[in-house]
Structure formats: structure tokens, C-alpha cells
Design a protein around this ligand. Structure first.
Ligand code: HEC
Length: 136
């Protein structure tokens, strides 16, 4: 029995949707272009308090998944597949402050959305702290 065009089109659509959803789960997380150019209003260098404050917020709220040192090895993240990205990696650190700020605000999947949990300043403080988590 030959497939009709309609059947072939249907199979095509089903395959497309299946591939698309699996690719989305595994895909690296890319912030939209508008996020790239967001300017961090808090300069870590002339405002060290921001790093201390960011460290405090990060350790209390984020380390359970991202790990004390940002390696993606927090207690809760052991169940996640894939685990959160290593914050000390080049691929992570090559993003702009704006992209990190946007991702912390918006969340995705297991990563909570923090827009309504923290002030914008607190989120920038955490961005500044996360910047200090590079490979030593
Ligand atoms: C319940 C676990 C959990 C908690 C708590 C959590 N995160 Fe995440 N976070 C994740 C996961 C999982 C991802 C990867 C999400 C993805 O790629 O879909 C992620 C991704 C991120 C990213 C983006 C990484 C990239 O791909 O560029 C940033 C930045 C981030 N988290 C910061 C934070 C900060 C700051 C906090 C605390 C305020 C926090 N996270 C709390 C689980 C968590």
C-alpha cells in the first residue's frame, strides 16, 4: 500500500515536532539579543559591597543547585540531567552581564524565575559575584 501525500505530510509533521522538543531540552540556553546590551549599573570594582552582598544571596539561594563554587554540583542538582552549567567555564563567562541578569530574572525549566523574588540591584550583585567564580 502506498502512502498518500496527506499521510506523508502528517508523518513529517510528527517527526519535526518530536525532534524540535528534544532539541529544546538539550539546547544551550541563549538569552535574546536585547539582553546582551543591558548595562550593569553597579560596577564591582568601585563598589565591593556588591560582591559581598551577591555572595551572601548566592550562597543562601543558589548554591543548593549551582554549588558553593558555581561548578553546577549543588546537592539538588545531582538529580538534574543535564546539571546546570559550570559558572567557571569559558562558555559561561563569555556571556555579557546583561545576559546573566536576564536569565536570572526569567528562569527556564528547573532554574527558577527570580524576577519577583529579588530587587534588580540584588540580581546585579549576584551577577558581580558570579563573575568572581573563575577557574583559579
Ligand atoms: C532548583 C535549582 C536551582 C536554583 C535554586 C538556582 N538555579 Fe540557576 N539554574 C538551574 C538550572 C537547572 C539551570 C540550567 C537551565 C537550562 O539551561 O535550562 C540554571 C541556569 C542558571 C543560569 C544560566 C546559565 C547559562 O546557561 O548561561 C544562571 C545565570 C543561573 N542559573 C543563576 C542562578 C542564580 C543567581 C540563582 C540564585 C538566585 C540560581 N541560579 C538558583 C538551577 C537552579
Amino acid at each position: 500500500m502506498a502512502f498518500t501525500r496527506l499521510q506523508i505530510a502528517f508523518i513529517g509533521v510528527v517527526c519535526f515536532l518530536a525532534i524540535k522538543s528534544s532539541a529544546q531540552n538539550a539546547a544551550i540556553w541563549i538569552a535574546p539579543d536585547k539582553a546582551k546590551s543591558l548595562v550593569n549599573p553597579i560596577k564591582a570594582s568601585d563598589y565591593d559591597y556588591s560582591i559581598e552582598e551577591g555572595k551572601y544571596q548566592y550562597t543562601s539561594n543558589c548554591a543548593s543547585c549551582h554549588g558553593e563554587l558555581g561548578l553546577g554540583d549543588g546537592e539538588k542538582a545531582k538529580k538534574f540531567n543535564p546539571p546546570p552549567i559550570d559558572f567557571t567555564s569559558k562558555r559561561f563567562q563569555s556571556q555579557t552581564d546583561g545576559e546573566l541578569f536576564w536569565k536570572i530574572n526569567e528562569g527556564r525549566g528547573k532554574m527558577p524565575k527570580y524576577k519577583n523574588e529579588f530587587s534588580e540591584d540584588d540580581i546585579w550583585f549576584m551577577v558581580n559575584y558570579i563573575r568572581t567564580l573563575t577557574k583559579k
